[in-house]
Design a protein. Structure first.
Length: 355
């Protein structure tokens, strides 16, 4: 699914969306996005599942489960699931759209990917990675660029995520069957200034990577963090030290610029996993091991059941529900009744069988 709007994008106006689409002789109508209308309205997407969408059409020319290109803040996105996308779950190229209640299950590539000046607000999002499924490009729960060149172009990628639950491929200290292309809980790179607060990450090969490897201004992703434009705060990062880098920089010098602050403002524990925080995080579709319906509600008494903070200016906006728990789901399961975790078994070929 590809939504294209007229909100600002740092690649300019009337940009062609990737994915090898057919312009049908009218590029402006069918394949271009980006403009000057911040509150542009691309309609409403509510209680929607996108199952088995997404494909790398050609290298660096991909269709995601849902692609948002320049989608504006007048658009409504709420209760949307992407199940087993062949590329990213959700990818935003610029735009200002906000969203709540997003689910990405078993994505091949990244779960929540932000580029080209996306500045929306997202609250309550779940990603669950499948142990054996990952992409040669490296699969991250969060991947973020200002743009592909790490430029200073405006608007900067400055989306704010709160109350996200990201379940990686590792359920414990075993590495059996884990696809080697699984990478970071978050790779924030190329001069991005996204922010992530009040969230739970658990079971990733590598942890939080503030990446200066492709930037046009020396150290700019790190500088975004130390200046407070990129906020990563009040999160729990468990079991994400398989390569000895639950906090990762390009080198020791770069890492020293941010490690103390990152550890002080978040909880890291390499010895614990999602089962400490989430009711039943490791159930998968029936064609995989450990089949069943996952339950992402927070475990009573766990450190995720309390501790959310909405004091940072990134999350004081009225858009954010001021819940007490960290992660995407409190005790009330908002995934119930509309999401699906075993789409391959749905009898869509029988008319009337799926209501
Ligand atoms: Ca993508
Ligand atoms: Ca990606
Ligand atoms: Ca991207
Ligand atoms: Ca990737």
């Amino acid at each position: 699914m590809i939504l294209l709007g007229k909100a600002p994008v740092n690649a300019g106006e009337n940009v062609q969306i990737e994915g090898g689409l057919d312009a049908k002789g009218n590029a402006a109508k069918y394949i271009q996005y980006g403009g000057t209308v911040a509150n542009d309205n691309s309609g409403t997407l509510k209680y929607v599942r996108v199952e088995y969408g997404g494909i790398p059409f050609s290298p660096d020319n991909e269709i995601n489960g849902i692609t948002f290109g320049g989608v504006g803040s007048g658009t409504t996105i709420d209760y949307v699931e992407v199940f087993r996308s062949g590329d990213d779950g959700f990818e935003w190229f610029g735009g200002t759209v906000n969203a709540k209640h997003l689910i990405a299950i078993g994505s091949v590539d990244d779960d929540f990917d932000t580029d080209n000046g996306f500045s929306g607000k997202i609250q309550f999002g779940i990603a669950q990675r499948y142990v054996t499924v990952a992409d040669v490009s490296g699969s991250n729960a969060f991947e973020s660029d200002n743009d592909k060149d790490g430029s200073d172009k405006l608007p900067k990628t400055s989306a704010v995520f709160s109350n996200m639950t990201l379940i990686g491929p590792y359920a414990a200290d075993n590495t059996a069957n884990v696809n080697a292309n699984h990478q970071h809980a978050a790779q924030i790179r190329r001069n991005s200034s996204i922010s992530i607060l009040n969230s739970v990450f658990a079971g990733f090969a590598e942890g939080i990577y503030i990446d200066n490897s492709k930037v046009t201004t020396a150290g700019s992703t790190t500088a975004n963090y130390t200046a407070g434009n990129l906020v990563f705060k009040n999160n729990i990062v468990y079991g994400s030290n398989k390569k000895g880098n639950e906090v990762k920089g390009d080198n020791a010098t770069a890492k020293a610029l941010f490690e103390t602050k990152l550890r002080a403002e978040n909880t890291f524990d390499a010895t614990k996993f999602a089962v400490e925080l989430i009711t039943d995080p490791y159930k998968y579709a029936s064609e995989f091991s450990n089949p069943g319906t996952p339950n992402f509600t927070v475990k009573a008494g766990s450190i995720a059941a309390t501790g959310a903070l909405f004091t940072d200016t990134k999350v004081t906006d009225a858009f954010f529900d001021k819940v007490t728990y960290r992660g995407a789901v409190g005790t009330e399961d908002w995934t119930a009744g509309w999401s699906n975790f075993d789409a391959g078994k749905m009898p869509y070929t029988t008319p009337g069988a799926v209501k």
